[in-house]
Design a protein around this ligand. Structure first.
Ligand SMILES: Cc1ncc(COP(=O)(O)O)c(C=O)c1O
Length: 453
């Protein structure tokens, strides 16, 4: 009998997150203060984050213990299953082996609660009363609403307008967990009002929503800001995915040749790949592939440079692949991948050649999503479907080369709130994007005066 699922018991769940900063074979450029452009100090970050999170952001400890209160909530859905995708393999007729780590089993439907729960815990412990955040697809806003609910924190979510309009039930979900939500740009903040005055129809972007959330957080001592991706501590919290996957691959008697994840800010990709990249640093052969949309190709077309994390220039300057903080991606359905930058850690690992990056158009991504739904049954989030597209292509490439590969990808979330996107695909209203290099050059020119890496 073929075993489909590789399951760990709750007692086998990792007790510490893996911090890749301990093993990097290069120095990371410092994070700079947005005003002085000098290296940032913990005190500079204190209005935004609790001290425990700031310490994790700069820590070089290899393993950081997962607090028991966080583990207790993780146990609602963790350890998540590792699945051998036999039916997908058969559907595409490959002789490669495909595994996926199913992060869609969390209450919010994605990997995002892995860090939301940790962040809510540390904030509550330090006496914070309210968290503000941005959300693209709504997965992160849902995750933080869920986590704040568990730790008795108020939660305020700014959701990118295009997703807010396209996914009304994410709003209801966020409200079910007791949070408040606004479409961004909103009239709640000076930044939102300024953008709406210039462009009343603005579809929004993660960069704008971050500016709004940061503006509200810095105005009140008991309110802090929470980010769902990009920063080092978020990558850290997500490594529980890859740590579990390593134990589960052992149960399956396998080790991946290729690890794949989609990239918005980089957290689910970092989560699954960093524990394996640790082995790669130690000499193991492994291909790590980061997949992004052609409409927002920060890793494949961006510049490795210092840039702001948000449109309003309120966040620190970080060295990353960026399309420029004023870049507003076109209205694609993978809302969670519409971010102008990417995690500094993921960016630098791409630059140094430890990670490959590639991009896809949305129709080819939805084709892969439907192949997966019709073989494995689960309907993927459009973001996740980018990883599935790359997985299918890698399996086919191996077949053409006459070899069998073991491929592991992160199934970062389900698409139950994305059915209008599927509807657009089935009714042939889904359009591929023609990325404008002229617009990119204009946006990159706007960061030319920032400090050089
Ligand atoms: C299901 C899903 N996958 C992936 C992402 C991309 O984020 P990240 O690159 O931080 O994993 C998102 C973001 O909202 C998401 O909702």
């Amino acid at each position: 009998m073929d075993q489909h699922k590789f399951i760990l018991s709750e007692s086998e769940m990792p007790k510490a997150w893996y911090n890749i900063a301990a093993d990097l074979p290069f120095e990371m450029p410092p994070v700079l203060h947005p005003g002085t452009q000098q290296p940032i100090t913990p005190d500079d970050l204190a209005p935004l984050f609790p001290m425990a999170i700031i310490e994790q952001e700069v820590s070089t400890e290899r393993f950081i213990p997962i607090p028991e209160a966080v583990q207790e909530i993780y146990r609602i859905w963790r350890p998540s299953p590792l699945v051998r995708a036999y039916r997908l393999e058969k559907a595409i007729g490959t002789r490669s082996k495909i595994y996926f780590k199913n992060e869609s089993v969390s209450p919010a439907g994605s990997h995002k609660p892995n860090t939301a729960v940790a962040q809510a815990y540390y904030n509550a412990k330090e006496g914070v009363k309210k968290l503000t955040t941005e959300t693209g697809a709504g997965q992160w806003g849902s995750a933080l609403a869920l986590a704040c609910n568990f730790f008795g924190l108020e939660c305020l979510v700014f959701m990118v307008r295009v997703s807010f309009d396209g996914k009304p039930y994410r709003k209801s979900m966020i409200e079910s967990w007791g949070a408040r939500i606004f479409a961004s740009p909103s009239k709640e903040t000076a930044c939102g009002r300024e953008i709406l005055a210039r462009d009343p129809e603005c579809s929004g972007s993660l960069g704008i929503a971050i500016s709004e959330a940061v503006e509200v957080a810095v105005a009140d001592e008991k309110t802090k800001y929470s980010l769902g991706s990009v920063l080092n501590h978020v990558m850290l919290h997500q490594t529980v995915i890859g740590e579990e996957a390593q134990q589960q691959m052992k149960l399956a008697g396998d080790y991946p040749d290729i690890v794949i994840g989609c990239v918005g800010g980089g957290s689910n990709f970092a989560g699954i790949s960093f524990p394996f990249i640790k082995d790669k640093f130690a000499g193991k052969k492994l291909q790590a592939i980061a997949v992004e949309p052609t409409a927002c190709p920060s890793l494949t077309k961006g510049l490795y440079a210092y840039d702001y994390g948000d449109t309003g220039k309120l966040t620190p300057l970080v060295a990353m692949y960026t399309l420029g903080h004023n870049f507003i991606p076109s209205r694609i359905h993978a809302g969670g991948l519409r971010y102008h930058g990417a995690s500094p850690l993921v960016s630098r690992l791409v630059k140094e050649g430890f990670i490959e990056a590639r991009s896809y158009q949305q129709t080819e991504v939805f084709q892969a999503a439907v192949t997966f739904a019709r073989s494995e049954g689960i309907i993927p989030a459009p973001e996740t479907a980018h990883a599935i597209r790359a997985t299918i292509d890698e399996a086919k490439k191996a077949d053409e080369e006459g070899v069998s590969k073991t491929i592991l990808f992160n199934f970062s979330g389900h698409g139950h709130f994305d059915m209008s996107a599927y509807d657009a695909y089935f009714s042939k209203r889904l359009e591929d994007n023609h990325f404008s290099d002229t617009a990119l050059q204009k946006n990159l020119a706007e960061i030319a005066d920032l400090p050089k890496v």
